[in-house]
Design a binder for this molecule. Structure first.
Ligand code: TRP
Length: 334
């Protein structure tokens, strides 16, 4: 039996953090054994809200590739490629733009939220490119006939929009495209060290996969704990403590139970608790740091993986394009 194809990706706008790890990377590493996996470094999409900062996007293409490789995305199993090097995606975007209305794009909840957050960049009127990025993302997915899109909840409206475009395309031009399904990760979005619902670069509350042990310790020591607990023998409430929240992710069950019991009984201070957590995070991320070092020392190997991945991906996109052009009667001299 042929396995289903996965298509997923990230905007290269920064290094990846533990929120990405639990929210998507871990899932991809597990799924790559079972599915034919394609992972896109979405530089064109990153430019939709970073068009004024091309150096940032360029630099992060390699950072993200190294993040992938260091968490265990295996280039033998997963094809990693660069979006801008697959011109068929841009071509499909143009064709699909006829199949979606402006008001439908304006109603996309993810895009709506993002536009509201990016007032500094867009002012009162959003760019055509940003408003239309769901169309380009539909092209990302369908160029490879991706059937499964492992992603977080925020990507649901984008996959839904892609499904609508596919249905419209197939009903007009014939059954060429595949309707993808989202595969949500079990782990919900991870909160920041400060208790913010979102972990993010701009918020300064993230632990990066590339952080050194010293950086991890420093960040954990600044995490927000139960505000009512001032002295060590005050009774603590782990339910409102970010350190306890992270212990849940990084500490094994037995230790976790002890941590919470001692906190509730006022028997363990926050400093000791944070030190233990920092150590657990450092240990858990050690293999990732080691692999990162390996790839950082071999930039030509990273380039080779990206070039080979992109070449392989391009072949598939070209085949899809042939079928699309035939269906759309754009195959003039064949
Ligand atoms: N929009 C996704 C994000 O912001 C990145 C992305 C681009 C993507 N193309 C994709 C995700 C295709 C899934 C499938 O994280």
């Amino acid at each position: 039996m042929e396995s289903k194809r996965i298509l997923t990706g990230d905007r290269p706008t920064g290094r990846m953090h533990i929120g990405h790890y639990f929210g998507s990377l871990k899932n991809r590493v597990e799924m790559q054994d079972e599915y034919e996996t394609y992972i896109e470094i979405a530089d064109v999409q990153a430019l939709t809200d970073n068009f004024n900062n091309p150096e940032k996007v360029r630099k992060n293409v390699r950072e993200v590739a190294i993040d992938y490789l260091s968490v265990g995305i295996d280039p033998e199993k997963s094809t990693i490629f660069i979006q801008s090097m697959i011109p068929e995606i841009a071509e499909l975007t143009v064709f699909y733009s006829n199949l979606v209305t402006i008001s439908r794009l304006e109603r996309n909840p993810t895009v709506k939220t993002e536009i509201a957050q990016k007032k500094d960049l867009f002012g009162e009127s959003v760019t055509y490119g940003f408003l239309g990025y769901p169309v380009s993302q539909a092209a990302d997915i369908t160029a490879f006939k991706g059937e499964i899109v492992p992603a977080g909840e925020d990507q649901e409206p984008l996959v839904e929009q892609c499904r609508e475009i596919v249905r419209k395309f197939n009903s007009i031009y014939g059954e060429v495209l595949k309707e993808p399904k989202i595969h949500l990760s079990k782990q919900k979005r991870i909160k920041g060290l400060d208790g913010n619902e979102k972990m993010g670069k701009s918020l300064g509350n993230a632990i990066y996969l590339s952080d050194t042990p010293e950086e991890i310790t420093k960040k954990v020591m600044s995490a927000v704990t139960d505000p009512n607990r001032i002295k060590k023998d005050d009774l603590g409430n782990p339910d409102i403590c970010m350190v306890a929240y992270y212990h849940n992710l990084f500490t094994d069950k037995e230790d976790l139970k002890a941590v919470c019991e001692e906190c509730k009984g006022g028997k363990r201070g926050c400093v000791a608790c944070k030190k233990q957590l920092a150590q657990n995070i450092i240990d858990k991320l050690a293999p990732i740091r080691e692999k990162r070092k390996y790839y950082e020392e071999r930039p030509e190997l990273v380039d080779k993986i990206l070039i080979e991945g992109t070449n392989k991906a391009r072949k598939i996109a070209k085949q899809t394009m042939r079928e699309v052009k035939e269906a759309m009667e754009l195959n003039y001299f064949e």
